[in-house]
Design a protein around this ligand. Structure first.
Ligand code: C2E
Ligand code: MG
Ligand code: MG
Length: 636
């Protein structure tokens, strides 16, 4: 398979320009024709001995003709090519009638017998009608021109042979007029038709991948619902695409999208409708298959998409999460999309899973999420979300240096809903900014309370903040509770969230780093982000994720990993915190590897604000004694 990128198409704006130019040309020709044929010619004949009543009828006929032409121009402007062509045709036929009337009005004045006048008039009428009809068949331009030329030559020849000069001049004017008007109108009509086709293409397709866009895909989806075939709907979302854009540049990102579109085209069966429906989101309607076949097809598609992409001497693997919603009877297009979206979202939550099928269980889960989201929103408004505190100590002497505020959602029965459950829901519902504000408020209260305490006054209070908050007024929110941007406040950003959102908020982060606040990367190591990229961000502390600490006492590979993280952090003057410390042995190992600070159940569990001072007092009391293994009563 070659990974060449399709070329991009002419921009819409230049097409609009051509359209306007064409309409103007057509308008000018029409105006010239109205003035020349409708007014000047009768004015000339007025001088002849043609009856004036006939010429008045001629003049009056120009009114509907002009109206038709103006209508046709308007129709072209609004893109209604068919209406414009019909109106052009009507005006041309009316004009033919005008010319036809000339010899009939006064055959003698033109040196014709009534029979001959009748015949010539009829011939002119036929020519005009044929020419007018030709507008409807723009592609047969050559045939039309040959036909008109032959008619012109034979008419003019016949007139000259009979020395009927007046008639010959009428015929000559008539043919020049018919030629130019049909040519201009037909060319305009063809151009308009082409532009309209391209315009429709642009409206329904994505320029980068040349696949359908969201609009085009929804149209296809609605059409499919009216067909007897029942395809499956798959949504394919690239993982970590934002990071690619941010770290490797938009050119690389565009290349990834174009290649993914191409790979999807090659991987999905014939008859599939494929689209790029959002930034890094693709959709496909796959012709009816059994579930097993569908799984095979999409597993293969996933494997093909995940092949390395090489561009600008760089190589990256981009994986995808695929959600599949099989057809259900009487489902609407929007519900079908929503079901595939839920499946895709569910798939994203399980990094080990490549595909997720929408089924009854997924549906129940989605309903549960909606209910939980509403309840969480209410709890947040009613002040029912509390913040518990967990101490962080210096490794060397286990003296408390900070506490971390952790959100807790107590239930009526005394249980708690875990942050692991409600934080992703709050994130999805854009409620993390409000939660962050409440955490800042709680931190302000604690710091204020401890500001005069001999020991606690030096403690830092860390709050967990969503990086989305950076672009949603975080700096103002901090200033509103800490006007001096207190140096005892620490802001923790989870690494994975940070790398997926930082692009537009990088400037805010830099601004924040100019203050005295402590900026911390939380859960470091699980985001698989490039270290060089993370180092380019202005953090002064990193918290190594719990998963690296688990079992560290007996795992030399993990120990090696921690050693390298600590070495790098030290070289960059960044403080290292290890979280999830559950055993004495882990403390020993981390001390050997010179990790600066520790947090975990072995030091102290998270607990309500009312209990934290007791715990801190115990920690201070036990500091510098070798190992203060506290048994905490409060658990979360
Ligand atoms: P985190 O910020 O990394 O917080 C540390 C998590 O590890 C806490 O889980 C804590 O209870 C747990 N933990 C601490 N020591 C140990 C240990 O020794 N062993 C084990 N197994 N766990 C330990 P928690 O409170 O369930 O919070 C989970 C995550 O939810 C937090 O991870 C944080 O990312 C998020 N979170 C919590 N509160 C907030 C908040 O107010 N705002 C935001 N945006 N996120 C929050
Ligand atoms: Mg944290
Ligand atoms: Mg953490």
């Amino acid at each position: 398979m070659t990974d060449a990128i399709p070329t991009t198409r002419t921009p819409q704006s230049s097409k609009n320009g051509t359209l306007k130019r064409r309409t103007l040309q057509s308008g000018l020709t029409t105006a010239a024709a109205i003035i020349g044929i409708g007014i000047l010619l009768p004015a000339v004949f007025w001088q002849s001995n043609l009856p004036h009543s006939g010429l008045i009828v001629w003049g009056l006929l120009q009114v509907p003709i002009s109206l038709c032409l103006i209508g046709s121009l308007h129709a072209q402007n609004v893109g209604s090519v068919a209406t414009a062509n019909h109106l052009n045709m009507i005006s041309l036929i009316s004009w033919s009638m005008c010319f036809t009337a000339l010899p009939w009005l006064n055959p003698a004045a033109m040196g014709l017998s009534p029979d001959k006048a009748m015949l010539i008039g009829a011939m002119l009428a036929v020519t005009g009608t044929l020419a007018a009809t030709a507008i409807q068949f723009p592609r047969h331009g050559q045939a039309r021109n040959v036909m008109l030329s032959m008619l012109a030559i034979s008419y003019a020849g016949a007139c000259l042979l009979h020395r009927e000069w007046a008639l010959a001049s009428v015929v000559a004017v008539w043919f020049v007029f018919i030629f130019t008007t049909t040519e201009v109108n037909v060319r305009g009509a063809m151009e308009l038709r082409r532009l309209r086709t391209e315009g429709e293409y642009m409206a329904n397709h994505d320029g980068l991948t040349e696949l359908l866009n969201r609009h085009g895909f929804i149209d296809s989806l609605e059409t499919q619902l009216r067909q007897p075939q029942r395809p499956a709907l798959a949504l394919i979302d690239l993982d970590g695409f934002k990071l690619i854009n941010d770290t490797l540049g938009h050119q690389f990102g565009d290349h990834v999208l174009a290649i993914t579109g191409k790979r999807l085209r090659s991987a999905l069966p014939e008859g599939s409708t494929i689209a790029r429906i959002g930034g890094d989101e693709f959709a496909a309607l796959i012709p009816h298959q059994t579930t097993v076949e569908l799984r095979d097809i999409l597993d293969t598609a996933h494997a093909i998409i995940s092949q390395p992409i090489v561009f600008l001497q760089r190589k990256r693997v981009v994986c995808a999460s695929i959600g599949i919603a099989p057809y259900r009877n009487n489902i609407s297009a929007s519900d079908w999309m929503a079901e595939a979206d839920i499946a895709m979202y569910r798939c994203k939550q399980n990094p080990q899973t490549a595909l997720w099928f929408y089924d009854t269980a997924t549906r129940q889960e989605a309903i549960h999420r909606v209910v939980l989201e509403e309840r969480f929103r209410k709890a947040l408004t009613d002040g029912d979300i509390h913040f518990w505190c967990q101490p962080i100590v210096r490794t060397s002497d286990q003296q408390p240096l900070a506490i971390e505020l952790l959100a807790r959602w107590p239930q009526a029965d005394g249980s708690f809903i875990s942050p692991a459950e409600f934080i992703p829901i709050a994130q999805q519902a854009s409620l993390l900014v409000d939660l962050g504000k409440q955490a800042l408020g709680c931190a302000a209260t604690l710091l204020e309370r401890w500001s005069t305490h001999p020991q606690y006054c030096s403690l830092t209070v860390n709050v967990n903040i969503s990086p989305l908050h950076l672009s949603a007024g975080l700096i103002d929110d901090i200033r509103s509770v800490f006007p001096s941007m207190d140096s005892r406040l620490g802001i923790e950003f989870v690494e994975t969230d940070l790398i997926s959102t930082i692009g537009e908020a990088k400037d805010r982060l830099q601004e924040l780093s100019l203050s005295d606040l402590r900026l911390i990367i939380d859960d470091f190591g699980v985001g698989y982000s490039s270290l060089s990229y993370l180092w380019s961000l202005p953090f002064d502390t990193l918290k190594i994720d719990r998963s690296f600490i688990e079992g560290i006492e007996s795992d030399p590979v993990r120990q090696q990993l921690i050693a390298s993280i600590v070495n790098m952090a030290q070289a960059l003057d960044i403080t290292c915190v290890a979280e999830g410390i559950e055993t004495e042995a882990a403390i020993n190992v981390l001390q050997q590897h010179r990790v600066h600070e520790l947090q975990g159940y072995r030091i102290a569990r998270p607990q309500p604000v009312e209990h934290i001072e007791d715990t801190l007092a115990t920690l201070y009391r036990n500091a510098r004694t070798t190992r203060p293994a506290l048994e905490q009563t409060a658990t979360a």
